[in-house]
Ligand binder design. Sequence first.
Ligand code: AP5
Length: 216
Amino acid sequence: MTGTSLVLLGPPGAGKGTQAARLEAASGFPHVATGDMLRMARSAGTPLGDRAKAYMDRGDLVPDDVIIGLIEERLSEDDAMKGVILDGFPRNPAQAKELDRLMETMGRELPLAVHIKVSREEVLARLTGRLVCERCQEAYHVMTRPPKTIGVCDKCGGRLVTRSDDSPETVRHRLQVYEEMTAPLIVYYGDLGRLREVDGERPVDDVARELLEAIS
Ligand code: AP5
């Protein structure tokens, strides 16, 4: 991986968080997930978390000003200076333009985007069986990636829960929001020559390998 920051694009359930955690371990670049940051703010009961709650439970995007403030602060932290793996940000063209502006202001390379391609049917199957650790956010699946002990995270021992936005009807709404607001970023980064694509329906290790090849 070069010093360029990476944006993982793809629908809900594409495996962005799963792959970002692996890339973080392989590259040493921090995994920055706006969804995880918002869920932690909610658990901590901060004003930011309270503001984001209703949007997230509906499957709508949290307003740009909230997210951009959050990401600007995170990108300014010491460990993010060498590069970051962005998961869930940017989510629309306005956020993508703001990210480029921030990177330019900070004198950093503009990010490369990787689109993890997954069908709607696969997304529905994955998200309705997903469990996440409420402490470290590691993702599991009741059928395809069960934890060693039921209800307990293999990595940190935290409790595994179903996300409040993983009900079938909210997942369908999130997919619609993705198509309308986020999918245009594939064209945005493609037109700028800063897009790679990988097949997200292959086993996790194969996707990870393809991803590393795509960005090397
Ligand atoms: P966020 O947390 O970003 O959710 P998302 O984009 O909908 O993505 P997910 O976390 O659901 O999926 P993922 O692609 O990370 O998949 P995962 O690796 O977990 O956002 C949540 C909400 O926060 C938004 O709706 C919005 O309200 C708000 N928000 C966040 N960022 C925002 C922003 N920038 N602007 C505005 N609002 C924002 O994998 C899913 C499942 O599949 C797991 O069970 C996993 O084990 C399994 N799996 C993964 N890969 C594979 C594979 N290759 N084969 C089989 N199973 C697999």
